[in-house]
Ligand binder design. Structure first.
Ligand code: PEP
Ligand code: MN
Length: 295
């Protein structure tokens, strides 16, 4: 494709595709990465779904959630044991579950066989997390922690790199290239909302950048997942944005689901309950069908 380079160093140029991120760049218009993780194919017609609580709060909560989301058709259980909590103070509820949480994810995997995606935040915990996770999640806050990305990539585990809320597509592809240059080809991108001034609702934390999906797909062969839960920060907007994401060509969807959202230890305004998630899955199937994909 031809790209006009009006703002060198900001816009993506033809030269960037060859010299800045040659591994992440598409080689031809049809070029799409296809790979299978835990039985689910990325980059094909399937739109894999990741679902689960913000935080792995307890063994019973995570096992119960794994069973419910699997019954609704999700391929991956999400949930953080290591969390980039915004504030340093902890209480009995607002508290990472860390090593115990990883153990509970393992129990959920044993109970259901579902794939696991979970965040890793510190290099010293990479081996522990990689033992249980099918996909290592690199959070938005670590997207530009390049030595950390390199260390995660070296495990050979698939990585999902969430887009930092202030980064351009060009920056994001730079992060993916750091992983790919280590020989790791199973790299997934995830849009999760950007910081922008809001006129429609001051309390909305981020703005879902839906048009980054086709923009990314123009220049990279990597699958692009959308996380409307973190973007909207508001459960009633998750369904419309998830449906729009599927319609707009997303290669995967990440949804926060909690058995009792208002009692979620973190971000209680954004998770769907099990019934809402089931309803969303049914609606996403219809939208996927309309655009030649499958959920
Ligand atoms: C998450 O997925 O739990 C998370 C913390 O996301 P982000 O890095 O996008 O804020
Ligand atoms: Mn979160």
């Amino acid at each position: 494709m031809e790209i006009e380079n009006k703002f060198p160093g900001k816009d993506i140029s033809e030269d960037d595709l060859k010299t800045k991120f040659p591994l992440a760049a598409k080689k031809d218009p049809e070029h799409r990465s296809r790979f299978t993780i835990a039985g689910a194919e990325f980059g094909g017609d399937l739109v894999p779904v990741f679902a689960g609580p913000n935080m792995v709060e307890s063994e019973s909560l995570i096992v119960e959630t794994a069973k419910a989301i699997q019954a609704s058709g999700a391929q991956f259980l999400r949930g953080g044991a290591f969390k980039p909590l915004t504030f340093p103070y902890r209480s009995s509820k607002y508290n990472e579950t860390r090593e115990a949480g990883i153990e509970w994810l393992k129990k959920a995997k044993e109970a259901t066989g579902i794939g696991i995606i979970t965040e890793v935040m510190e290099e010293k915990f990479i081996p522990l997390v990689a033992e249980v996770a099918d996909i290592l999640q690199i959070g938005a806050r670590n997207m530009q922690n390049y030595p950390f990305i390199t260390a995660c990539a070296k495990t050979g585990k698939p990585l999902m790199i969430k887009r930092h809320f202030g980064c351009s597509l060009r920056d994001w592809l730079g992060a993916a290239e750091y992983a790919m240059v280590e020989g790791n080809e199973k790299i997934i991108l995830c849009e999760r909302g950007v910081s922008a001034p809001h006129t429609h609702r001051g309390s909305s934390r981020f703005l879902l950048d839906l048009q980054v999906v086709p923009a990314a797909q123009e220049v990279t062969h990597l699958p692009v997942v959308v996380d409307p839960s973190h973007a909207t920060f508001w459960a009633p907007w998750v369904k419309p944005m998830a449906l729009a994401s599927v319609a707009g060509g997303a290669d995967g969807i990440m949804i926060e689901v909690h058995p009792d959202p208002k009692n979620s230890a973190v971000d209680p305004l954004q998770p769907l309950n099990f019934a809402e998630f089931e309803d969303l899955m049914q609606s996403m199937r219809k939208v996927a069908d309309a655009v030649g994909r499958q959920v």
